[in-house]
Design a protein around this ligand. Structure first.
Ligand SMILES: Nc1nc2c(c(=O)[nH]1)N[C@H]1C(S)=C(S)[C@@H](COP(=O)(O)OP(=O)(O)OC[C@H]3O[C@@H](n4cnc5c(=O)[nH]c(N)nc54)[C@H](O)[C@@H]3O)O[C@H]1N2
Ligand SMILES: Nc1nc2c(c(=O)[nH]1)N[C@H]1C(S)=C(S)[C@@H](COP(=O)(O)OP(=O)(O)OC[C@H]3O[C@@H](n4cnc5c(=O)[nH]c(N)nc54)[C@H](O)[C@@H]3O)O[C@H]1N2
Ligand code: SF4
Ligand SMILES: [Mo]
Length: 684
């Protein structure tokens, strides 16, 4: 009998998902044979989602880019030839040096959360770009509005612990399709439901999560602020406030009360497109159920007023004193809890040497790539280095993004696993390792554990970790600072202040994770991380929170709504992660094909039936897909599930053809779900 070398390593799911699961990766004979959830980790509880159970399929995918590629055809034609690392790095360094000699700010990094790892994220990349003096990137594409709004209210991006939702008696799932995007929270919500808790879902779409809640409030997109104000009106007029908690721990309530009193249930309901009793019922539940918890998610802040709406919703648990209990309060993000333990030196901002380069907002990359040099903008963008992101598919207003990436005079380098829509527009594609092949340390934005990711196997083909690619590029650029020689293990050792966590690097590595030392009920007695420890309502520079209507809606832009009468939201598909996994056949088979969900009445009026090929359009572009007539869509709202790779879409398009680049009220984020369209049948 031959013995197989079998071992299991601790890993962390790298994806942009609040659950940041602990994984056990089993390797036999040098090959990963299993990727499983760690049964010992408090929130993973032995389970991974369908997508990441297929992580080995993704890593060993036949289409992995495994050696450097150089463009040989016209921009975007997807014609490449294999080149050596040596040739690729030498040429890239020469091109970047020539641009930097004119102005390093003409070089722009473009990255997001393809991996959430501290090392393979910005660990070495930030050092490289800081030393170069390249433009800075404002990473707004997902959570900027809600994140900044939350921090303005509570002092940081903090909230209740995910693990205590299982003990709640009321769970309001607000702007979140948790079954799809926060599975491990959902497991806890189900536990609470079995124990008698009431579950309420607030979402324009009747999601699979809404199906399983006791109540679904299907409001119009971008009206959450109005709903929160209506709820406050009820709390104030029906004696639902925890006045003691408000007096002790909240600043500025009097002015908010005055504003909320202008929002009786009827007014709020009219704006939200719901019944006034739904407003009253929500207020009643929040005022009378203990413990009451809100799982807010970023789905509700991708509209013009997303920041203000987040501030208003974040105030609700303060007004009813829900924070008194560990299973009460609100969770949008837990990322702020990690901040005191992170080592800011990892990214070496000191390498800027006093320079303050211009900042490019990633959410307006379409416009920015098409801009000429201007005093208020800086130099024309001449080079783009993309890693951990697929902007051609995920950034708003594709027509402009495509035109920008198609510029023959733009030098584009893409570090990737696959030939994504973005990689197809590159001058060089550099093969990156996956989570199975590199080392990393992770924080989370759903739970509060630091995670370790041990490489399970050697890099496939000629792939290299992002850290290594930037290290080698730094050497070619002539950057001689010792920090560019730090290997991944020393980066990992430097990433966090382990001693303050009450552990050590080696102990973390041995166990796979470590919990932050935090109290169970962080704000039971106030102590918010604001300057004075109190919740802030009237924030300097932001004023009082209020309802900010969408850029595009029947009430705020009636003339536009005559031509484009349907609001479109484009939330994530369950079996993809943003645009990741779209190329994994087994997952794509579950999702089927790109589709638009439409309400029966809206469909009938347009002669549309399920299965019809439809044209979804507005002034910005058009997107073709199959229609699905379904109760998942409410009247007046269509759901274009994202984010398909353009090349897998009908006519090579995806839903971002229709979205725009106008920004949110707070945080300068994108307003993907603030979008009017018209739909017509092409072929039934
Ligand atoms: N399977 C899967 N999991 C994911 C992702 C994925 O793509 N697929 N994406 C990951 C990422 S990047 C993130 S940021 C996180 C969080 O991801 P989110 O983008 O917050 O994802 P969802 O939980 O789907 O929440 C969006 C929900 O908000 C609803 N919604 C849209 N507009 C409004 C509105 O105006 N008001 C309200 N109340 N609801 C609205 C949508 O219908 C949808 O059900 O999840 C992560 N997890
Ligand atoms: N219409 C519409 N658009 C949206 C959204 C929406 O709801 N509707 N959601 C938005 C949100 S919330 C987000 S967060 C963004 C997400 O946008 P992105 O952060 O761009 O996310 P992904 O599409 O998953 O692309 C990540 C890419 O990183 C690559 N990658 C993963 N790991 C590594 C690595 O270790 N090294 C390198 N070099 N590459 C790696 C993956 O292969 C993948 O192609 O999209 C936004 N766009
Ligand atoms: S995508 Fe989310 S649920 Fe799935 S394994 Fe990763 S962290 Fe867990
Ligand atoms: Mo996101």
């Amino acid at each position: 009998m031959t013995s197989i070398d079998s071992r299991t390593v601790h890993a962390a799911c790298p994806h942009d998902c609040p659950d940041t699961c602990a994984m056990r990766v089993t390797v036999e004979g040098g090959r990963v044979v299993r990727v499983q959830g760690d049964p010992e980790h408090a929130t993973t509880l032995g389970a991974l989602c369908t997508k990441v159970s297929r992580y080995a399929e993704r890593s060993y995918h036949a289409d992995r880019v495994l050696h450097p590629l150089k463009r040989v055809g016209p921009k975007g034609a997807g014609r490449f030839e294999r080149v050596s690392w040596d040739a690729a790095l030498a040429d890239i360094a020469a091109r970047l040096k020539a641009i930097a000699a004119r102005d390093p700010e003409a070089i722009v990094p473009y990255s997001y959360a393809g991996t959430m790892g501290l090392l393979q994220g910005e660990g070495m990349a930030a050092r490289f770009f800081h030393r170069l003096g390249a433009a800075l990137l404002d990473r707004t594409i997902c959570a900027a509005a809600g994140g900044q709004a939350l921090a303005a209210t509570y002092g940081a991006k903090v909230g209740m612990h995910m693990r205590f939702f299982g003990e709640s008696r009321l769970i309001v799932i607000w702007g979140s399709n948790s079954i799809a995007s926060n599975l491990h929270f959902w497991t806890l919500a189900q536990q609470a439901k079995r124990d008698g808790a009431k579950l309420v879902c607030i979402d324009p779409r009747r999601t699979e999560t809404a199906d399983k809640c006791h109540q679904h409030i299907a409001l119009l997109p971008g009206t959450d602020g109005a709903l929160a104000l209506g709820v406050m009106h009820e709390l104030i007029t029906k004696d639902g406030l925890d006045r003691d908690y408000v007096e002790r721990h909240v600043d500025g309530f009097a002015a908010l009360q005055e504003r909320a009193l202008q929002w009786p249930a009827e007014r709020a309901a009219a704006v939200c497109g719901i019944d006034p009793d739904e407003v009253r019922g929500l207020a009643h539940d929040l005022a009378t159920t203990r413990p009451a918890a809100i799982r807010l998610n970023y789905g509700m802040q991708r509209v013009r007023g997303g920041g203000n709406a987040t501030r208003l919703v974040a105030l609700l648990p303060c007004l009813v004193g829900a924070w008194r209990h560990r299973a009460g309060g609100l969770l949008l993000s837990s990322s702020g809890w990690f901040k005191p333990y992170k080592n800011p030196a990892l990214e070496r901002p000191d390498l800027l040497g006093g320079r303050t380069p211009r900042t490019i907002n990633m959410s307006t990359i379409g416009d920015d790539l098409l801009r000429q040099a201007a005093p208020e903008f800086g130099p024309k963008i001449e080079a783009l280095i993309v890693y951990n992101s697929n902007p051609v598919a995920v950034a708003p207003e594709s027509r402009k993004v495509m035109a920008g990436f198609a510029r023959e005079d733009l030098f584009t380098v893409v570090l990737e696993h696959f030939m994504t829509d973005t990689a197809e527009h590159a001058d060089y594609v550099l093969p990156a390792t996956t989570q199975l092949e590199h080392l990393d340390v992770h924080t989370a934005y759903g739970h509060t554990d630091v995670m370790f990711n041990e490489p399970a196997i050697a890099a496939l083909g000629e792939a290299k970790p992002n850290t290594q690619i930037f290290r080698e590029l730094a050497a070619r650029m002539g950057f001689t600072e010792p920090c560019f020689s730090d290997d991944d293990e020393s980066l990992a050792r430097d990433a966090m202040r382990y001693d303050q966590l009450g552990t050590s690097f080696d102990a973390l590595r041995e166990r796979g994770w470590t919990a932050l030392p935090l109290p169970d009920a962080p704000f039971a007695n106030g102590g918010f991380p604001t300057a004075n420890g109190r919740v802030q309502i009237d924030v300097p520079g932001l004023g009082l929170p209020g309802h900010v209507p969408n850029y595009e809606s029947a009430s705020s832009s009636p003339a536009l709504a005559v031509r484009y009468p349907l609001a479109m939201i484009s939330p994530p598909a369950r079996n993809f992660l943003n645009s990741s996994f779209v190329n994994v056949q087994s997952l794509r088979s579950i999702e089927g094909e790109p589709r638009l969900e439409i309400d029966a009445r809206d469909a009938a009026r347009r002669g549309i039936e399920s299965g019809c090929l439809v044209r979804v359009f507005n002034d910005r572009g058009e997107y073709r897909c199959k229609a699905e007539v379904t109760a998942r869509a409410r009247p007046g709202v269509v759901n274009g599930l994202g984010i398909w790779w353009r090349k897998f879409g009908v006519a090579g398009t995806n839903v971002n053809e229709l979205t725009h680049q106008r920004l949110t009220d707070i945080g300068c984020g994108p307003a993907f779900y603030d979008c009017l369209v018209q739909v017509e049948a092409i072929k039934c």
